[in-house]
Write a protein that binds this ligand. Structure first.
Ligand code: G3I
Length: 455
């Protein structure tokens, strides 16, 4: 694995070191305290996870430590765009499926990382722009979040879209150049594709109150005010040798907006302050009820992307480091329990269905995820008692509405009665089975029951 040292470290005022050292009090641990990170976090209703890769799942001592200590995992790389859609509309879910199967067999939850990011895009996407890129993004979210629908605890829907520095604005990227609304379109699309996943915005250098985290704070506040679906903010927390003194305050201000906060990629440079900082970060999360979990960005030091920094909780032999003890003690000391988990709301009215055909043929239903000025429609095509080899769905979009893009279907027309036909990979549907396609439109209103014709 190529590793890069171009990381994003926040080095806060060293004056805090003196105070921090004084705070590293010895915690007395009760005899019945939990003995693993996952179990200790679960006592306050949280998870403690690690990033891993499918090819490491049986590698020792990684496997023993991963399976023993953590109750959540995230794909370090294998759910990224370049991995899941290496060629346009050709999807590779193998590694992600393996990670999910591994987690489910052990009662671990899975974080999804990441649906849309300016980096690690496949070459074909890097070469797109404008409407073509926007539609490719929507299709990607639909297919990937749809494939793992119901199996992802939280998705990093959008990763690292804000710029570093003092401005607090967006980062320039091919996605940003498709229009400033690309982030909210991504979130609305993800909600429709997997209504039970928590939808997170994830970024780095946001580990304190600063211009960048304030830019994100303002976006989240705006999304909440306008009903754009967002459930959580991920603070990556790739940290150096001191912790920003406003770390907990920053977590709290996001929580106060009504979103969960997750520490998503924690790693801390090895040094005299490493264990203390791991304890500080853990305690800060535990102090905020809506800080619902912590993920470390790897298991064993030699596998970290930060070559030579030894920023994790275990050495190369799987031995627990002092940082591990600091985290476990902090978790066992307890904190403010998160509010009971409620599934994110599924927006939009229930599907409008046409009765299933009694013989052959097909039926179609549509569900809408609407906002003021637009909507994403998910259309389900169901074969009758015989398999079909192709389908055409006709539906009438509301007066004044215009279809701006579709995925998993060919489209004819964009206003009034619009026809959608299967693409090459979803025309054949077995008897009683379904396939889905979708489209995005500007405008608002309801859609009457669509008609479906089999071929
Ligand atoms: O898979 C290819 C392999 O086929 C090829 O031979 C090899 C040659 O370089 O590269 C391999 O891809 C590498 C990939 O990791 C998988 O190992 C990439 O070069 C390498 O750049 C990539 O690095 C990852 C990096 O994200 C970029 O995607 C790191 O492992 C991963 O830890 C890091 O994680 C990011 C988060 O996603 C977002 N936040 C920051 C964090 C650290 O950069």
């Amino acid at each position: 694995m190529r590793k890069t040292r171009s990381i994003h470290l926040i080095v806060a005022a060293s004056a805090t070191m003196v105070m921090a050292a004084g705070m590293a009090a010895i915690v007395s641990t009760p005899a019945n305290a939990a003995t693993t990170l996952g179990a200790a976090a679960a006592e306050s209703g949280r998870y403690f996870g690690a990033a891993t890769n499918s090819f490491m799942l049986n590698r020792q001592p990684h496997a023993t430590v991963l399976n023993r200590e953590f109750n959540s995992i995230v794909a370090e790389n294998e759910m990224k765009w370049y991995h899941t859609e290496p060629n346009q509309n050709q999807f590779n879910f193998t590694a992600g499926d393996q990670l999910i199967a591994h987690a489910r067999a052990r009662g671990m939850t899975v974080r999804g990382h990441t649906l849309v990011w300016h980096a690690q895009q496949p070459a074909w996407a890097q070469n797109l722009s404008g409407t073509a890129l926007r539609n490719a993004m929507i299709n990607h979210i639909n297919r990937v979040a749809g494939h793992w629908r119901g199996q992802i605890h939280s998705w990093d829907v959008v990763n690292e879209a804000f710029a570093d520095g003092s401005g607090g604005g967006r980062r320039d990227s091919n996605l940003q150049r498709t229009g400033n609304d690309w982030i909210e379109v991504a979130f609305r699309t993800a909600r429709a594709a997997d209504p039970s996943a928590k939808l997170c915005y994830n970024d780095y250098n946001t580990d304190g109150v600063n211009a960048k985290s304030t830019g994100i704070y303002n976006m989240v506040r705006d999304f909440k005010a306008r009903g754009v679906p967002i459930d959580c903010v991920g603070l990556q927390s790739h940290l150096g040798t001191t912790l920003d003194p406003t770390y907990q305050q920053n977590i709290q201000r996001f929580a106060d907006l009504g979103v969960d906060v997750q520490i998503t990629e924690l790693d801390i440079m090895q040094g005299s302050n490493q264990a203390n900082m791991y304890g500080q970060v853990t305690r800060a999360c535990l102090a905020v009820a809506r800080c619902t979990g912590i993920t470390v960005w790897g298991v064993l030091d030699p596998d970290s992307w930060r070559t030579g920094a030894n920023p994790l909780l275990f050495d190369g032999n799987g031995n627990k480091k002092p940082a591990y003890d600091a985290v476990l003690n902090a978790l066992n000391a307890g904190g403010n329990n998160p509010p009971p988990t409620t599934a994110p709301p599924t927006t939009g009215p229930p599907p409008i269905t046409t009765p299933p055909p009694s013989g052959g043929g097909c039926s179609a239903s549509v569900s809408l995820n609407s906002w003021n000025g637009g909507f994403v429609a998910t259309v389900r095509v169901t074969a009758g008692s015989s398999a079909i080899n192709g389908w055409r769905v006709r539906l009438t979009v509301p007066s004044g509405a215009t279809v701006t893009g579709a995925w998993n279907a060919n489209r004819s027309g964009n206003t009034g009665a619009v026809d959608f036909t299967n693409v090459d990979y979803n025309g054949r549907v077995a008897a009683g089975q379904s396939t889905e396609f979708g489209f995005q439109a500007t405008g608002n209103g309801s859609i009457p029951a669509p008609s479906c014709t089999a071929s």
